[in-house]
Design a protein around this ligand. Structure first.
Ligand SMILES: Cc1cc2nc3c(=O)[nH]c(=O)nc-3n(C[C@H](O)[C@H](O)[C@H](O)COP(=O)(O)OP(=O)(O)OC[C@H]3O[C@@H](n4cnc5c(N)ncnc54)[C@H](O)[C@@H]3O)c2cc1C
Ligand code: SF4
Length: 332
């Protein structure tokens, strides 16, 4: 029986600077679990499925919190809470896609403590994996979801590789649509990674959802001004209207000329692949065109080309097509 209320012991460290946190992560390597708002981490600990020996609590690091306007766009500290992003007037005015998606996450309580860094680095929400079964992602040699009777209605349509779990993050496709750059640091070095390379699938590493390595952390997110004030659309479809992860979500950013033709577009969907899926076929279908209902429908249809549904998630194919169609029609 799973114990839901007692967390196994660990050494807790509470650094107050990035350098101190990096030194701790360097010292403890793969043994160290980074924790921010704890909304994902604590359920792992309480279920006793993940039992880190060391936990590094990042929440005391002031320099990783806040939203700053820069010459190139905006920089958001990884510890910035989702509620701050949702309510920030500059984001609402220039990058509404981001505040709309933040507002769609979970409940007000979770948005008040959950951080953007935690949201983007959260783990897969597969029933079997969360229950502690020894599947591929947990280091075993089978996938319980990809079986004839497996519970897989939430799972992937594209690019499965042993694991068929999807990215559950509502902000992940927004990072792709806004062409965000992720600032990662570890002791003595920094790298800046485009959002499209930040999220990784099981073919690259089945045990991680992002490129963040042990000893490394996401420090901030840079969003270029190129997309400021563009036409945006975010929508997420869930089984119920509150506290739920996306069955499919869509984030679209479009630039439309005075003649009504689309000049540039970035469209991405979440919960259809292990990484947020950029739907370039839909983008290509609308660039240079004025989007009407018929063209939007075509963009939706081409977005699902190559989909390989599992036994119980065929409904996601028309759902994704309709969401993409609605996104490009309404944004244009
Ligand atoms: C009931 C419930 C409903 C939810 N609904 C949604 C939803 O609708 N949409 C959605 O998108 N999410 C949802 N979530 C998932 C998620 O918990 C929240 O989105 C939240 O933002 C996570 O942030 P956190 O700071 O609390 O994460 P934490 O639990 O602190 O961290 C999550 C993961 O990210 C890692 N991490 C944290 N910060 C960093 C960093 N700076 N660098 C590298 N790694 C880091 C941690 O090691 C951990 O693995 C839900 C969670 C719950 C419990
Ligand atoms: S989908 Fe992935 S996480 Fe779920 S059981 Fe299969 S291997 Fe494990």
């Amino acid at each position: 029986m799973l114990m839901k209320d007692v967390i196994p012991g660990f050494e807790l460290y509470q650094p107050t600077t990035v350098d101190d946190a990096l030194a701790l992560l360097d010292e403890h390597g793969a043994d160290a679990w980074k924790i921010a708002g704890g909304n994902d981490s604590l359920s792992w600990f309480k279920d006793r499925v993940k039992r880190p020996s060391v936990v590094v609590d990042l929440t005391g690091i002031g320099e990783m919190r806040g939203i700053t306007e820069t010459a190139e766009g905006i920089e958001i500290g990884a510890l910035t809470r989702l509620a701050e992003i949702e309510q920030d007037s500059m984001i609402q005015e220039k990058y509404r896609l981001l505040s709309d998606a933040a507002r769609a996450v979970a409940s007000p309580q979770i948005r008040n403590s959950g951080t953007i860094g935690g949201n983007l680095n959260q783990d897969a929400r597969c029933w079997y994996y969360r229950a502690g079964l020894p599947c591929y992602r947990a280091g075993g040699n089978t996938c319980y979801a990809d079986t004839p009777e497996g519970m897989n209605r939430e799972h992937t349509l594209f690019n499965a590789n042993r694991c068929v779990a999807v990215t559950p993050s509502d902000l992940a496709p927004v990072m792709i649509a806004l062409d965000a750059q992720m600032v990662l640091r570890k002791a003595g070095s920094e790298r800046v990674v485009p959002a499209e390379e930040f999220f990784i699938g099981p073919a690259i590493d089945i045990t991680r959802m992002t490129t963040v390595e042990p000893g490394e952390m996401l420090v901030s997110i840079r969003i270029p001004s190129e997309w400021a004030g563009a036409r945006f659309y975010f929508e997420k479809v869930t089984d119920r209207k509150a506290w739920d992860f996306p069955l499919v979500n869509v984030a679209a950013a479009l630039k439309v000329g005075a003649d009504g033709a689309v000049e540039a577009a970035r469209v991405a969907c979440g919960a259809v692949e292990c990484v947020p899926r950029r739907v370039t076929a839909a983008e290509e279908a609308i660039i240079g065109q004025a989007v009407d209902a018929d063209l939007a429908k075509i963009a939706g249809q081409v977005s699902t080309r190559g989909a390989r549904p599992l036994n119980y998630n065929h409904f996601k194919v028309p759902l994704m097509a309709n969401l993409v169609a609605r996104a490009v029609r309404d944004a244009a």
